[in-house]
Write a protein that binds this ligand. Structure first.
Ligand code: ADP
Ligand code: ADP
Ligand code: ZN
Length: 211
């Protein structure tokens, strides 16, 4: 199954994707995670996008589309995938439709107040990228990743100034994708407010997944 997870920053897309990949056995492809590892490696791509991402803006469509196109060409994505954080603009969605049309788009429905609470408490492992939350999902040992022992840190773009900008960008550039996909009849809404287990159950029900 080819899926898009659509929703504002902090809606819980990455957290749910980590659970769903175990069920569907498809890769979880996060453009944000790919950009963050490029930044950590100081690759040419990383150097190009670091300031944009830190400020809460969007990387340009051309760069992002080329990146995803290459990623979806890899063998492991043939049987399906979860796209988390892509597309974020109408031109990205149009490009994707031309090279790899998806089956369903899951719209994570959540109010701004909940998003702000999730983003302000989000922490991420610098090494393996797994997510934590200082209230809802703490690492066992402060600032140490349960899974790999890596350093757990606050993303630059989860600081207050960048968060306001990201929500603005979401509304202007990404939210129009809800109508775009609803018109195609492939959008499913999932209430993203409850705890992860309940969101997972709602997701499975919406997609008729019985495993
Ligand atoms: P979030 O967890 O807040 O939804 P992501 O990890 O998906 O954020 O993305 C982090 C940042 O990476 C975005 O704010 C943006 O700067 C950049 N980015 C990720 N995906 C895209 C995309 N599809 N188009 C443009 N920029 C992107
Ligand atoms: P996104 O990928 O949409 O930006 P994340 O999956 O990174 O969102 O989640 C944002 C923050 O909220 C993380 O700190 C995560 O641990 C926490 N979180 C995710 N889902 C839930 C949930 N259902 N209930 C409470 N906290 C959650
Ligand atoms: Zn880790």
């Amino acid at each position: 199954m080819k899926l898009i997870f659509l929703g504002p920053p902090g809606a819980g897309k990455g957290t749910l994707a980590a659970r769903v990949v175990e069920i569907l056995k498809v890769p979880h492809i996060s453009t944000g995670a790919i950009f963050r590892s490029a930044i950590a490696e100081k690759s040419p791509l990383g150097l190009k996008v670091q300031a944009i991402i830190g400020g809460g803006g969007l990387v340009d469509d051309e760069t992002t589309i080329a990146l995803i196109r290459e990623r979806l060409d890899r063998e492991d994505a043939r049987g399906g995938y979860i796209l988390d954080g892509f597309p974020r603009t109408i031109p990205q969605a149009e490009a994707l439709a031309a090279f790899s049309p998806v089956d369903r788009v899951v719209n994570f429905d959540i109010p701004d107040s909940a998003v702000l609470e999730r983003l302000s408490g989000r922490r991420v492992c610098r090494n393996c990228g797994v997510n934590y939350h200082i209230t809802f999902n703490k690492p066992k040992q402060e600032k140490v990743c349960d899974r790999c022992g890596g350093e757990v840190y606050t993303r630059d773009d989860d600081r207050e100034e960048a968060v306001a900008k990201r929500l603005e960008v979401y509304r202007a550039q990404t939210a129009p994708l809800i109508g775009f996909y609803r018109d195609q009849g492939i959008l499913v809404d999932v209430d993203a407010r409850p705890a992860v287990e309940a969101v997972l159950a709602a997701f499975k029900q919406a997609l008729h997944i019985r495993i």
